[in-house]
Design a protein around this ligand. Structure first.
Ligand code: SF4
Ligand code: SF4
Length: 207
C-alpha cells in the first residue's frame, strides 16, 4: 500500500513562491536569535542538582556529623575519631543494603586504646547500578553520591574508588556544596549562577 504523504497537493502559489520553504526557514531564523538552552559540552558544563546520584565519596569528620547518631555509632563500634578523616564507622550497613555486595571491600584496623579506624574501603563501580541504597543505609551520613558525572576512564582500575579517593571527593563536596539547600531542582536564577561560576570536574581521581 502506498502511504499518502500530502493530504492535499500544493497550490500553484505555494509551488511558485516556495511557501513551505519560507515557513521552515522562518522557524530556523527565529531560533537562531533566541536564547540558547543547550550547552557546548565539554567546553560548557552545567552543575547537576545537589541530589544528583553521581560518583561516591566519604564525608570527613569536621564537626558537622549528625548527632547523636555519630557519637552513638563511634562508641558502639569502638571507632577512634580522627578529625579530617572519613566518618566511616565500619558498620558494613552499606554493603548489606547493596544488591551487589561484592562490589564493596571494607575493613578496619586496630589503633591505640583498643579502638579502630577504617583502613580499607574499595568500591568497584563497574558493578554498581547507582541505586543509592548504600547511601540511604549509612547511619552517620558518611557515604554519599556527589555531582561528579564524568566517569569515563582509560583503565578498569580507575573504576575502583578507594578510601583516599572517596575522602578527597568528600572534602571537595563539603567545601563546595554541602551548605546548599537540599533540593531536587535548581531554579533558573540558581542554575544560571552555577552555570557560569562553577566548573565541576572530578578532583584528581585518576591515578
Ligand atoms: S548505588 Fe546501589 S549498586 Fe551501587 S554500591 Fe550503592 S547500593 Fe550498591
Ligand atoms: S554504612 Fe557508612 S559507616 Fe557503615 S561501613 Fe558503610 S560507609 Fe561506613
Amino acid at each position: 500500500m502506498v502511504k499518502k504523504v500530502f493530504e492535499k497537493p500544493l497550490s500553484w502559489i505555494e509551488r511558485i513562491f516556495f511557501i513551505d520553504f519560507i515557513k521552515g526557514l522562518s522557524v530556523t531564523i527565529r531560533h537562531a536569535f533566541s536564547k540558547t538552552i543547550t550547552t557546548h559540552y565539554p567546553y560548557e558544563k552545567l552543575t547537576p542538582p545537589k541530589r544528583f546520584r553521581g560518583f561516591f565519596g566519604h564525608k570527613v569528620i569536621d564537626g558537622t556529623e549528625p548527632q547523636p547518631s555519630f557519637n552513638e555509632w563511634t562508641e558502639r563500634m569502638k571507632i577512634k575519631v580522627v578529625p579530617g578523616s572519613s566518618r566511616c564507622v565500619v558498620c558494613y550497613l552499606c554493603k548489606k543494603a547493596c544488591p551487589v555486595p561484592q562490589l564493596f571491600e571494607i575493613d578496619g584496623k586496630k589503633v591505640e586504646d583498643g579502638k579502630k579506624v577504617v583502613s580499607v574501603f574499595n568500591m568497584n563501580l563497574m558493578l554498581c547500578t547507582f541505586c543509592g541504597f548504600c547511601v540511604d543505609a549509612c547511619p552517620v551520613d558518611c557515604l554519599f553520591q556527589s555531582d561528579i558525572h564524568e566517569t569515563a576512564s582509560y583503565s578498569r582500575k580507575d573504576s575502583i574508588l578507594d578510601l583516599e579517593v572517596l575522602e578527597r571527593i568528600g572534602k571537595d563536596w563539603q567545601k563546595r556544596r554541602e551548605k546548599e539547600p537540599d533540593r531536587i531542582w535548581i531554579d533558573d536564577r540558581q542554575r544560571e549562577r552555577l552555570w557560569y561560576e562553577n566548573d565541576v570536574r572530578l578532583p584528581e581521581v585518576g591515578r
